[in-house]
Design a protein around this ligand. Structure first.
Ligand code: AMP
Length: 402
């Protein structure tokens, strides 16, 4: 069973073809700068890379070029496009309506359109990706996998903001949480690695990429997560501030900034980028500058680590204990020092890293806590595409059975 996984952004389209017989990745790639004369396609198969720069006016044309590459004699991974039995789409916002992945129908598309207000930057390109796939692969079933769905199990005390109910009801302002597919994948995988039933585990998943979020997962169900109404809330990210006093944007607007300028500051110029005094949003650059004595970068890392540890402490309380802490995504998987600094602040919970394993097993799937640690600490590389493909396969199989 070959499944195409698509993840569309406003000017980008990422894709993978997976063979679900053995969950093997057959080929993958990325189209960048959709809408421009110099759009770039980077297609990878068996470690080889093929690049093209061409004019791509929209997502449909982008997908059309991708499908051509997928069956290309030299770079392709399929003989015939008909081998694709289903398409799995990453969809950012499922609102309160979707607590799990769904077969895409006209009704589902309508619900996604209704959610555009909640995710104006993400849901429109996701819908464009769905429409392009429907046109180019007619009759092939499509599944929507939502970033928000896994977090829909949060209880009201975690998802309600202490603001008037009329605002929640009128504008649907509540905590939704994002990165759900990643938190779900790594928590399930961690239970497998630990050889435990996930229903018996209290897990804190720490997704530290350019975007970052933390989730508290009790028995396989999310009870709290750090991102909120939008992905801006929570821990410090590459360019996003994470938690700040909610009066700061109001203050800035009263000082003469426009709402768009404030939006831009908090989403694009803050986080590690702002704290490093605009040096970089990339942890590698910041670490290097810190090692050469850059004071801003030292503060950036200190704030980053402090706030992650604070969230983990809060979630250990919310869970009533913690069995395992999982690090994932770009920084979580690759930065030995960030894992070390965070875990050093968690000694009160009995967290103890095996320093050698933390370095030696860097970036691979591994348990990196010491034998004596009361809490298991793991690195689990995330794989959202595989999770999307698994959901797609499950939903399609049920449909066939029915
Ligand atoms: P992601 O969004 O999961 O792709 O993560 C991207 C981020 O991971 C980059 O911006 C870097 O900050 C970080 N990253 C990637 N590789 C490393 C590394 N070897 N050491 C530290 N940080 C890394």
């Amino acid at each position: 069973m070959k499944i195409l996984v698509i993840n569309t952004g406003s000017s980008s389209l990422k894709y993978q073809i997976l063979n679900m017989k053995d969950e093997k990745l057959l080929c993958k790639g990325l189209v960048e700068r959709i809408g421009g004369k110099d759009a770039k396609i980077i297609h990878k198969i068996d470690g080889k890379k093929h690049e093209e720069v061409i004019e791509i006016k929209d997502h449909e044309k982008a997908l059309n070029e991708v499908l051509k590459l997928i069956i290309n004699n030299e770079f392709g991974c399929l003989k015939d496009i008909k081998e694709i039995v289903a398409v799995g789409h990453r969809v950012v916002h499922g609102g309160e309506k979707f607590a799990s992945s769904v077969l895409i129908t006209n009704e589902v598309k309508k619900a996604l359109e209704e959610n555009i207000e909640l995710a104006p930057l993400h849901n429109p390109p996701n819908l464009l990706g769905i429409e392009a796939a429907e046109k180019l692969l007619p009759g092939v079933p499509m599944v929507g996998v939502f970033d928000t769905a896994f977090h829909q199990t949060m209880p009201p005390e975690a998802y309600l903001y202490p603001i008037p109910y009329e605002i929640y009801h009128k504008y649907k302002i509540r905590r939704y949480g994002f990165h759900g597919t990643s938190h779900r994948f790594v928590s399930q995988r961690a239970a497998e690695i630990l050889n435990k039933n996930i229903k018996e585990l209290k897990i804190i998943t720490v997704h530290l990429g350019n975007g970052a979020s933390i989730a508290a997962i009790d028995g396989g169900k999310v009870i709290d997560t750090s991102m909120g109404f939008t992905p801006l809330e929570g821990v410090v990210m590459g360019t996003r501030s994470g938690d700040i006093d909610p009066s700061i944007p109001i203050y800035l607007i009263r000082k003469g900034y426009t709402p768009d300028e404030v939006d831009n500051i908090l989403n694009k110029k803050s986080g590690m980028y702002g704290l490093s005094n605009y040096l970089s949003n990339d942890m590698r650059d910041i670490r290097e500058a810190k090692s050469k004595g850059d004071e801003h970068c030292k503060f950036a890392i200190d704030v980053y680590v402090y706030r992650i540890a604070k969230y983990i402490g809060a979630y250990a309380t919310a869970l009533g204990g913690v069995d395992a802490i999982i690090f994932t995504a770009g920084v979580g998987e690759n930065s030995t020092s960030i894992r070390r600094h965070v875990c050093n602040r968690l000694k009160i919970f009995g967290v103890e890293l095996d320093q050698e394993k933390n370095v030696k097993l860097n970036s691979s799937e591994a348990i990196i806590s010491s034998e004596n640690s009361k809490v298991k600490v793991l690195i689990v590389p995330t794989n959202e595409e595989l999770m999307i493909a698994r959901d797609t396969k499950d939903i399609i199989s049920k449909r066939v059975e029915a």
